[in-house]
Design a protein around this ligand. Structure first.
Ligand SMILES: Cc1cc2nc3c(=O)[nH]c(=O)nc-3n(C[C@H](O)[C@H](O)[C@H](O)COP(=O)(O)OP(=O)(O)OC[C@H]3O[C@@H](n4cnc5c(N)ncnc54)[C@H](O)[C@@H]3O)c2cc1C
Length: 312
């Protein structure tokens, strides 16, 4: 029987304001794919200090902490998440001063790109259609259409796993393709400062419109998904390999390899995470058999499988 942490965490109720802790929260409400079981405890702090309190408590009592952004690059398994699932969505203010944009990491990166446009700052247009939070974008070094977070991020305030504040500068981010110091060291990013450039609002808007049309034309945005499921293999495109393997339209349960964009697996009919992941593995095996290429997932799988009932 998998250990649950609700009892151990009872003292947290006295340390955090009412409405911050949610017991047995269904995570399908918080993931872009609309899949996933329940979190023992889903905590939504409203300040950096409350976030620190949670982390210090968890560290002291050895309670696992899982951080969820907008859930647009994760598959939460059907058994849900044990311990604390932390959401920083209430920490979402964005301010612009001169050429700097400071965003709390619970804000969406789409909103950050719009706020940059409103302040006539160029550099974040590439992010105008990436459906994650600012924190998720740091973790993944999110990028699109030739731009990426690494190009514009200047400094980030983080909490370590032990609950200590720390400010990281550009040199410490270790950004690579869908990788960063945030993924390597499990830092919780709280707030980031972007350095942008003065631009022309009409030109910024025109660029955002162009990228939005490109996205809407190519991507199956009408269905829940987690975007591109697989990383680009060196010198190739995962979507092309999947398309050439004849996999588009293949279904397991309610999960389907998109007919519009082969790199996406969409939830067309109440798919479970188990069905979705079976289809991911089927795609990987088929592409390997056909082309000898191992597709690595870009999407991150978290949580537990459903426990089988124990028979006497
Ligand atoms: C339709 C669609 C289109 C997409 N297009 C793109 C695209 O063009 N380019 C691209 O790069 N991605 C794209 N994605 C994938 C996804 O939106 C990005 O990877 C995004 O950055 C994930 O952010 P999130 O907040 O949803 O993170 P989540 O999926 O919730 O989490 C991803 C990881 O980030 C970590 N994380 C979240 N917040 C923080 C934080 N504050 N501090 C530290 N770690 C944190 C989580 O713990 C987790 O490990 C797309 C997804 C969809 C559904």
């Amino acid at each position: 029987m998998m250990k649950r942490y609700i009892e151990i965490c009872k003292p947290l109720w006295t340390l955090l304001p009412e409405g911050t802790i949610h017991e047995d929260e269904r995570l399908c409400k918080h993931t872009y794919t609309q899949m996933g079981g329940a979190a023992d405890l889903f905590i939504t702090p409203q300040s950096y200090e409350e976030t620190q309190t949670v982390l210090k408590f968890a560290h002291e009592h050895r309670v696992p902490v899982t951080l969820l952004g907008n859930g647009s690059n994760v598959i939460v398994k059907d058994g849900g998440i044990r311990g604390i699932t932390l959401s920083l969505k209430k920490l979402n203010t964005i301010t612009c001063t001169g050429v700097e944009l400071v965003a709390q990491t619970g804000a969406t990166i789409i909103e950050a790109s719009r706020r940059a446009r409103d302040a006539e700052l160029t550099g974040l247009e590439f992010a105008c259609g990436i459906p994650g939070t600012v924190g998720g974008a740091f973790y993944m070094n999110a990028g699109a259409y030739g731009g990426q977070i690494a190009d514009v991020l200047e400094s980030v305030l983080v909490l370590t796993e032990q609950g200590e504040f720390k400010t990281l500068s550009k040199e410490e981010f270790d950004f690579d393709y869908r990788k960063s110091v945030f993924s390597a060291k499990r830092y919780i990013a709280l707030e980031g400062t972007f350095r942008l450039q003065k631009g022309d609002m009409a030109q910024i808007q025109a660029k955002m419109d162009e990228l939005t049309i490109a996205r809407e034309t190519k991507q199956p945005l009408e269905y829940p998904s987690c975007g591109s499921v697989f990383k680009r293999p060196p010198g190739m495109f995962a979507g092309k390999l999947i398309q050439d393997s004849g996999l588009q339209g293949t279904r397991i349960g309610g999960a389907e390899v998109s007919k519009k964009h082969a790199g996406f697996i969409v939830n067309v009919d109440n798919a479970t995470a188990t069905e979705y992941m079976s289809l991911v593995r089927h795609v990987q095996q088929t592409v390997k058999d056909k082309f000898g290429v191992e597709l690595e997932t870009e999407v991150i799988t978290i949580g537990e499988d459903i426990e089988e009932p124990v028979s006497d």
